[in-house]
Design a binder for this molecule. Structure first.
Ligand SMILES: [Zn+2]
Ligand SMILES: [Zn+2]
Length: 207
C-alpha cells in the first residue's frame, strides 16, 4: 500500500476512496443543505455539514484519546458519513489506525490535516466522530446542540468533571455508570439489564 495514498490530486486507483462518503465532494448541481462550515487550523481542509443536531456528543477520557489529542479528554460529535461535504483539501488528509499503529486507511481510524495535523474526525465503520472545535458554531442554539451529553471511559480520566452528566466507566451503554452519574439513569440501566437477564434466564441461557 502506498504510504502517501492520501496525497495527490487523483481520485482514481488507490485514491478512489475520495469518491465515497465521507470524502466524496458533492457536485455543484447536487443539493447539499449546509448548516455549518468548518476548517482545520491552517485552513487547507474545509468542510460543510448538512445536519444541524449531531446524533450524539460525547467526551472520551480513554488513554488513546488522551495521547492522540495531547489533551485530558476528547470531544466528539457523531454524524452519518453522508452529513459531511469536503469543499477543500480532501487531497490533504492523513490517517492513523490506533489499533494497528499504521497510517493505512483502515477503519476505524483517525483523520487529520496532513499539513497542520489538526485532528478532524475519527472515521468509524458506519459513522464519523467529528471534533466540534473545528466547526463554526455561531448561535447559542447551535452550541446547545453540540453540548456533550455524556462522558465515556471515565474510569481512565486524569481529572474529575463533576457536571452531573452520565459517566460510563468504559464504552457508553456497555459499561457501568460511575461517580456523579444521574441516579435515575443508573436505576434505568439496572432495570434494563435485569430485564435482559431474566429474559435470558427464561430462555434457559442461565450464566
Ligand atoms: Zn490544516
Ligand atoms: Zn477515546
Amino acid at each position: 500500500m502506498d504510504k502517501n495514498q492520501a496525497r495527490g490530486e487523483s481520485t482514481t486507483g488507490i485514491s478512489e476512496w475520495k469518491q465515497r462518503a465521507p470524502y466524496r465532494v458533492h457536485g455543484p448541481n447536487e443539493r447539499f443543505d449546509t448548516k455549518y462550515e468548518a476548517n482545520c487550523h491552517c485552513g487547507r481542509v474545509k468542510f460543510q455539514l448538512s445536519r444541524r443536531e449531531p446524533l450524539d456528543s460525547k467526551l472520551c477520557h480513554c488513554s488513546t484519546c488522551q495521547t492522540q489529542h495531547a489533551a485530558p479528554f476528547q470531544w466528539a460529535a457523531i454524524f452519518h458519513k453522508e452529513d459531511i461535504n469536503f469543499t477543500n483539501g480532501h487531497h490533504d488528509l492523513e490517517w492513523y489506525d490506533p489499533t494497528e499503529k499504521s497510517i493505512e486507511h483502515k477503519l476505524p481510524c483517525k483523520v487529520r490535516c496532513s499539513f497542520c495535523h489538526s485532528p478532524i474526525m475519527d472515521e468509524g465503520r458506519n459513522m464519523i466522530l467529528l471534533f466540534p472545535s473545528l466547526i463554526h458554531l455561531k448561535t447559542d442554539e447551535d452550541r446547545a446542540y453540540f453540548k456533550p451529553r455524556c462522558h465515556m471511559f471515565y474510569g481512565q480520566r486524569v481529572m474529575d468533571i463533576p457536571d452531573g452528566l452520565p459517566k460510563w466507566s468504559g464504552l457508553s451503554q456497555e459499561s457501568e455508570l460511575i461517580e456523579d452519574s444521574p441516579p435515575e439513569l443508573v436505576r434505568e440501566v439496572e432495570r434494563r439489564r435485569e430485564g435482559e437477564r431474566s429474559k435470558r434466564f427464561e430462555k434457559g441461557e442461565n450464566e
